[in-house]
Design a protein around this ligand. Sequence first.
Ligand code: ZN
Length: 425
Amino acid sequence: MKKLLILLSVLAVSSSCIQAKDYVKTQIKEMKHAQKYATTKNVLQNTTQTYTPSVISLVNVKDPHIMRFGDYEKIPKAKYDAKIKKDEVKYEEYAVQLGKKHSKYYTTQADAEDFYKVYRVAEKIIRANKLDYMNWRICLKKSVDNVNASSDGSNLVVLTTAIFDTFNNNDDALAMVIGHEMGHALLGHYKRSNQLYVKMQREHALAQTGNSFAALAYAGMKKKFIIDAKNMEYAADTEGAKLVLKAGYSLNSGSDVLSFLSQYDLDSDMRNTHPNSAKRLENLKENSKLFPKEWKEAGEYNIYNSEVLPVKLSSDRKSIVISVPQNKLQPNKYYAPETMNELYARLGYMYYKNGQFEKSLEYFGELFKIDSNNASAYLYASYAGEYLYKNTGNAKYLNLAKDYAKKAYSLDSTNKYMKEQVDNL
Ligand SMILES: [Zn+2]
């Protein structure tokens, strides 16, 4: 979320012209620039990069809902609401505690209310995604002019008060910022870029001694470093969006962060480590189209089955610590991102749901190369083949559909949908 600070050095030129300056003409010229650069209008409004919520299926395809997206059960609404109500009582206790402790340090700290707000958003993300195996720290760093956030690769997320205040009436956007930074940390981005950076510096030092091989290697690594950095931003946006979707936040209003940041965008070549916001929005749009709505249910299941996490001010009083009961702390545990099996199965299924049957078959094909035991995936691949056959009349799709249906049936002969599809074809 870094923005570039542009320092404009204004040179005062004393004009020795005899002719008087035409201030109206200057104003006309300036207004022409304003048409292009004004930040008060939505800079993305004339592009295709507006975000549309996408967890709804675009086409009506048959779906017996037997694809699994994690270990969870759907919690009935009444039960879930009752649990949330119970949790609210606990939250009230922590709100009071946070406020009391805060008063002693009033002059140097962000307001207790602000700490409480980030606590609620972060805590929900942590519980919905089962990240409650370590303590998380959230810092509100005083800054008037730096709309920014960062994380350090461990369990610390830093929001400047500038970014917090900018989005303080939009929990979805705050969730998106926190989710993005957690995403960087959980996906090991700091380790990855540090490793390359250390290697790069070594080659740079060698190159300085006149070693031309090292100079070449350094140039190559530098290029890779920048490409990697940009790809990691896309990945953190996508992972962050998963985290916040599971926590029940809206990706639609959450993406306001990127729309807002787009006013700082320069030509993408001028920004080294971050892609421009229009591209980031496009990435978010493409990838979240492939998020199953079941993820929200999985998040509710995790919240339902966990307890409110205590919060306190950190020892240095500059951040909050969302702490995990000692018996739940697992210092050796690492975040488990989606496995390749899960990823391919999801892509195959979601492309199917979106009516992109060829893409669906492409990713199911990738899945079957590494996992030939997913009966549900074979069934949906068979459906995709069937629709493609209907749309194109090409017999190869019908044969594929038949093969996949047989495979599904052989893996799970007790499932009525497998039998139905074999008979149907
Ligand atoms: Zn980032």
